[in-house]
Design a protein around this ligand. Sequence first.
Ligand code: GUN
Length: 283
Amino acid sequence: MAHIISGKEIASSVRAQIAEKGRLFTERTGVVPGLAVVIVGEDPASKVYVRNKKKGCEEVGFYSEVHELPEDITQERLMSELESINKNPKIHGILVQLPLPRHLDEKAVIDFIPPEKDVDAFHPVNTGKIMIGNYDFLPCTPAGVMKMLEYENIDVTGKNCVVIGRSNIVGKPMAMLLLHSNGTVTICHSKTKNLADITSKADILVSSVGKAKFVTADMVKEGAVVIDVGMNRDENGKLCGDVAFDEVAEKASAITPVPGGVGVMTITMLLQNTLKAAEIAVK
Ligand code: GUN
């Protein structure tokens, strides 16, 4: 049976460190780190994520604002809302919850957020900086995964790392961070041929496909480390990851559960980025 990597436990330890660093920062500068989260529409999953982001801020003593905007908002109105948030001196980090309703231009929104307030690290300047390994912010989910590997003393150097999924939010930056840590990295996606052949050679397997129980035991090497970034509902409406947990846990050496795995780390890294944004602002 695999060791279960507890996101909860790691997040709690990292959040305590962030809270302490934040406290010292405020003592020194008089500034409380502040995050604005913008949500457009009523997507239930997005609403849960946003609520947890606000709770996370409260937990570490940061200021936060949630801007709930109507589903049918125009691009113009959204941009003017972002402009006013950007002028608020209490706000150091700005996050617009994705996905946006289809009529809105996501790229224009990402491009608008100043790179130094871009706590998601989605702006092209920040993604470019990540590529060359000289960055202020890392995208929260891949950064959370790296933190879990570090906490568990799992050395990436020379390991076969396979990432399933090539999104800008998770797959691509995840692969880049594993590469920065000297892993030998393969990215698989929906057009990959012989997926199981590739995944079953992985020492470290990260799945971010968004399909319930997609990764089965036959796709996993004996003793692999399996990181499940998925957040799905199974046939009974129960929250589950991309990985068929019970059967894969029999084969892996370590595995992250859902819930209680990567998700809570994502928000923890957002708090770290918010502190960083505040530090940049007072420099
Ligand atoms: N939607 C799903 N994950 C994320 C994330 O990390 N940031 C934002 N802004 N939206 C998301």
